[in-house]
Structure formats: C-alpha cells, structure tokens
Design a protein around this ligand. Structure first.
Ligand SMILES: O=C(O)CCC(=O)C(=O)O
Length: 264
C-alpha cells in the first residue's frame, strides 16, 4: 500500500474533469533534488526529445516552446527516484482505475523565459502515443513555482470526453485543438489555470485539452512529467518515444524493461 492522497471522490472528480491538482505533493526538500538533477542534465547538454522528430516537434521553434528531455530515469538515478515514485504511480493507477500502471516515459520540459518564449499549443497527448485504449495519463510536477505568467498548465474541464482527436503541431505557432473543436461547432468549457508552488502535481488524462502560455519572466520554467500506461492499454505499433518499438508485439501489453510496472 502506498500513501497516495487519492480518495474515491478524487477519482470521481478526475473521471469527470479529466484532470486533478494536488498542491504540495512533494516537499521543498524532495523537489530540490529533482531540480538539481534537471539542471545537471541541462548543463551536460543531455539529448533532447529522443525519437520525437516529426509532428512539428523538431527544430528551433520547438525549443521556444520547451527543451524536452525524455527518459531521464535511465541515466539520472536521482530522477529515477521520482519517475518510479510509488506514491505518484499509485495515485495515477487509482485515478485511471487500473489494476496496474507501467511507465511510458518521463520527460523534463523547460520552457525558456523571455520574448522568444512560445506557448505550448492547446493539444491532447494521446495522439502522440502508440496506445489503443484511452486512459493513459500524465503526472506533471511543478519543479519551479508555476503561474500564468511563467507558463503554468491550463485544462479544459471535461474535454477528454471528446475522445481522441488529431495531433497538434506544438512547434507551429497558433495551432489549437480548442479552436478546431469550436470551428466544428462544439462547446468547449472555459479553461482553468493550474498555478501552484514547486512540488505541486497535476494529473491529466491523455485526451484532456491542455495548454501553457509563453513564459513571460526572465527565468526558465522547469517542469517534469511521468506518463503512465494502465494495464488495459496495449501497444499499437509505430514509434515508442522510449525506443522499445522493435522489441514489442503489436496488440500486446507494454511488457518491456523500458516500461516496467510501477504500481499495482
Ligand atoms: O509543460 C508544458 O508546457 C506542456 C506539458 C504537456 O503538454 C504535458 O505534460 O502533456
């Protein structure tokens, strides 16, 4: 048993809204370990967006949205403590109503500050993932205090109920799943901003519409996320951002050393 804060009412709220926020999930001491490890990876010029070329994700414009480093758990033991954190993983498992959850990948997302900083366009995550059923979700950890001004996340409540839509190019300014849905005549509920101090966590469903504004401060906005795959979701083939595609079977569970079960 982990000491997950997720209550039955939280599960109901998450299933209805497609996201949930836990302020102070990690202590300032815990989060400073993660922050230092991310800073080490930045200083070491660690590989970015492994295998995530295409979909508007490559090139300088993408870097104005954020510097994305994938699968840090594999080479940074201090990060692995977070990516494999049982309380975090078990919270995801409970929210997704899963028997168990595997890790898809972790990723640091450092949104640069200053005039060049770009918004993270309104998008869903699931279109980027080679997964059949809906239900995979992300835990997004605030490594810095996050506000509207420096690019906190925003979610549209209930938008996951629109189901799987097309992918949005994050490197192309102005692309927006919310605009597309409105153009098609859908009502999309007004977004809510997820301001929180460092150590706070939000969980969001892979089909939830979400966004982060440009970082209008002088300092980078550091965030870290872990994506979880519930047991009821199989591999569909195609690109696995963690690099295990060639070693997994299409239509089967994500049974691979790069995708271990973390809770359940
Ligand atoms: O941190 C951001 O700017 C966007 C994060 C995001 O899209 C995600 O974690 O799914």
């Amino acid at each position: 048993m982990s000491d997950s804060p997720v209550t039955d009412a939280d599960i109901e709220s998450y299933q209805e809204s497609g996201f949930i926020q836990y302020k102070g999930f990690f202590s300032p001491e815990e989060i400073s370990v993660l922050r230092d490890a991310i800073d080490d990876a930045i200083s070491a010029n660690r590989d970015r967006i492994l295998g995530a070329e295409g979909g508007g994700r490559s090139g300088g414009d993408y870097e104005k949205v954020f510097n994305q480093m994938v699968n840090l758990w594999t080479d940074y033991p201090a990060v692995k403590e977070f990516s494999f954190n049982e309380r975090l993983a078990d919270s995801a498992r409970r929210l997704a109503e899963a028997r168990d959850v595997r890790i898809y990948h972790d990723h640091a997302m450092i949104k640069p500050g200053g005039e060049e900083s770009r918004a993270t366009n309104w998008h869903q995550d699931h279109p980027y993932w080679p997964m059949d059923n809906l239900g995979p979700l992300s835990a997004w950890v605030a490594v810095d205090d996050v506000t509207v001004k420096n690019g906190c996340l925003h979610f549209c409540p209930g938008s996951h109920k629109f189901g799987l839509q097309e992918g949005i190019k994050l490197g192309i300014e102005g692309e927006s799943i919310v605009d597309k849905m409105k153009e098609r005549g859908h009502d999309v509920v007004e977004p809510v901003a997820m301001e929180m101090a460092a150590g706070g966590v939000t969980f969001h469903h892979g089909c939830n519409f979400h966004y982060a504004g440009p970082n209008q401060t002088a300092n980078p906005r550091r965030a870290f996320a872990v994506i979880y795959i519930p047991d009821y979701v199989n591999f569909t083939g195609g690109k696995d951002a963690a690099g295990a595609s060639d070693e997994m079977e299409v239509g089967k569970p994500w049974d691979h050393p790069l995708h271990p079960v973390l809770a359940g």
